[in-house]
Design a protein around this ligand. Sequence first.
Ligand SMILES: Cc1cc2nc3c(=O)[nH]c(=O)nc-3n(C[C@H](O)[C@H](O)[C@H](O)COP(=O)(O)O)c2cc1C
Length: 161
Amino acid sequence: MDILDIIRSRRNIKKFKSETVQLDLIYSFLEAAKMAPNHRMTEPWEVYFIGPDTREKLNHKTNFGNAPVLMAVLSKHGASTVEKEENALATACFVQNFNLAAWSEGIGTFWSSIGITAKNREILGVPNNYELVGVLGIGYPEIVPDPKPRTSIKNKIKHLP
Ligand SMILES: Cc1cc2nc3c(=O)[nH]c(=O)nc-3n(C[C@H](O)[C@H](O)[C@H](O)COP(=O)(O)O)c2cc1C
C-alpha cells in the first residue's frame, strides 16, 4: 500500500484476534513513530507497555476489544504552558505515525482515552509532569469497520485575503 492508501484505509479497531503481535515488530513501529515532528526536539513521548495485572486494574468495559497488547502513551509537559501544548501535539503526531506504521503491516490500534482519569493515571503510575495522551490496544483486527462519514473538506477551508 502506498501512504495515501494506508491513511485512507486505517480504522480505529475495536475487536482484535487473539494472536499476539511480536514486540520486535511493535518496536519497529515505535522507531517510525519517533520521527514525528516536535518543536525544539523535545521528543516528549514515552510509552508504557501494560502487563496483565495493571490491565485488570484498568477494568475497561470492552477490555480494549481484547487487544493482545496494550500501550499507554505519555507526553512530557515541558517548561511552559506553550511547551506542554506543543508537546501534546507532537505526541499526537507520534501516535498517528505509530498507527499508520502498524496499519501498513496489517496491525490495528484502538485509541482510547480511558487512562486520562485521575484513578487510571495512578494505576499506570503516570508522573505529575506528564499528560496521558491515551492507551492504545494493538493487535490483528478481527473486524475492520466501514469508514465513518466525514464532512467535505471544502466546508473546512477558508482562503484569507
Ligand atoms: C485523542 C483521541 C481519543 C480517542 N479516544 C477514544 C476512546 O476513548 N474510545 C474510542 O472508542 N475511540 C477513541 N478514539 C478514536 C475515535 O473514536 C476514532 O478515531 C473516530 O471514531 C474515527 O474513526 P476512525 O479512526 O476509524 O476513522 C480517540 C481518538 C483520539 C484522536
